[in-house]
Design a protein around this ligand. Structure first.
Ligand SMILES: [Zn+2]
Length: 309
């Protein structure tokens, strides 16, 4: 049985895939366009998300409560079909287009309802903190995380992502992130993916994440390798995502195998399985591991996963 540690829920995209699957085909056609192929990894990701937003615009019907239930049921069915017994799932901490929700806690409660009675599955929720968003939205989000006990009681932690240009925002919210960590929430940070190691040096000099999303580029830096090893931070890697975004091509080498040889814990994951059309079996297959290493990543995922609250 598998544990998934790096999986974005992306409810809007999942709702689109359920209600308007033909539009998701359109999205995936982007991967082959010259505009996409000529862009940097960060630009590629931005392009993909702008397209998702444009494909869900002015279509409120998609975001009905009944659709949300179906989306959750489908996710649980996918977990069972892929033999995933546990997921640390990154969710949106605001209600977004799901206007009937009073807060993200309502969404989590639907998961709990659907999970009730399924003792074979568990999910821990991580609130996504997307620092590419404007400061006023982030201010509101941190306010929520620091004051809304009803929401944080349902969370295992937070998962932070940003681009190079957002480093000032990371600095601005560092104290708030440390406060969340001190209060018992886990803090995951995407590093070693969409920006260079000079930024990761800075981030890791300020805070020790409980786990790191991706981290593949960190392996090029001896100092960072030693630091991660010493602090026992698991790298949650995602082969198809890295390959499609142009971060690193896993068909030629395996960062997971390299990290394990260096003594760093690694888990293998799907990142955003709808966007990258993948599942855990495919990812483990693409990870280029020996049988022994495969057993190691499965065991790591079990060891480093978070408990449910
Ligand atoms: Zn991610």
């Amino acid at each position: 049985m598998y544990s998934l540690l790096h999986c974005h829920f992306e409810s809007a995209l999942r709702a689109l895939d359920l209600a308007r699957p033909e539009r998701v085909h359109h999205l995936r056609a982007l991967y082959r366009t010259p505009g996409y192929l000529g862009s940097s990894p960060a630009e590629r990701l931005t392009l993909l998300w702008r397209t998702v937003l444009s494909l869900t615009e002015d279509d409120e019907e998609i975001f009905a409560e009944s659709t949300f239930h179906l989306v959750v049921q489908r996710l649980l069915a996918e977990m069972r079909a892929s033999q995933v017994e546990h997921a640390d799932l990154r969710i949106g901490p605001s209600t977004g287009r799901w206007r009937w929700m009073r807060s993200a806690a309502d969404g989590i409660d639907i998961f709990r309802k659907e999970l009730a009675g399924s003792h074979d599955l568990s999910i821990a929720f991580l609130a996504g903190i997307n620092m590419t968003k404007p400061a006023d939205e982030l201010d509101a989000l941190f306010d929520l995380l620091l004051t809304d006990g009803e929401l944080t009681a349902r969370l295992a932690g937070v998962d932070v992502n940003f681009l190079a240009a957002d480093l000032p925002k990371f600095n601005r919210y560092l104290t708030a992130l440390q406060a969340l960590q001190t209060a018992g929430l886990k803090v995951n940070i995407h590093l070693g993916e969409l920006f260079g190691n000079e930024i990761s040096h800075h981030v890791l000099s300020q805070i020790t994440p409980d786990r790191i999303g991706h981290g593949v580029l960190l392996l090029h830096d001896q100092y960072l390798v030693e630091m991660i090893k010493e602090r026992d931070v698991c790298l949650d890697m995602c082969p198809t995502s890295n390959t499609l975004l142009g971060v690193t091509d896993w068909t030629h080498h395996s960062p997971a195998s390299r990290a394990l040889q260096l003594g760093i814990p690694v888990s293998i994951n799907t990142d955003d399985p709808v966007l990258f059309r993948t599942d855990i079996d495919r990812e483990i297959h693409r990870a280029g591991l020996t049988d022994g290493q495969r057993d190691m990543v499965v065991a790591c995922a079990k060891r480093y996963r978070y408990g449910t609250s």
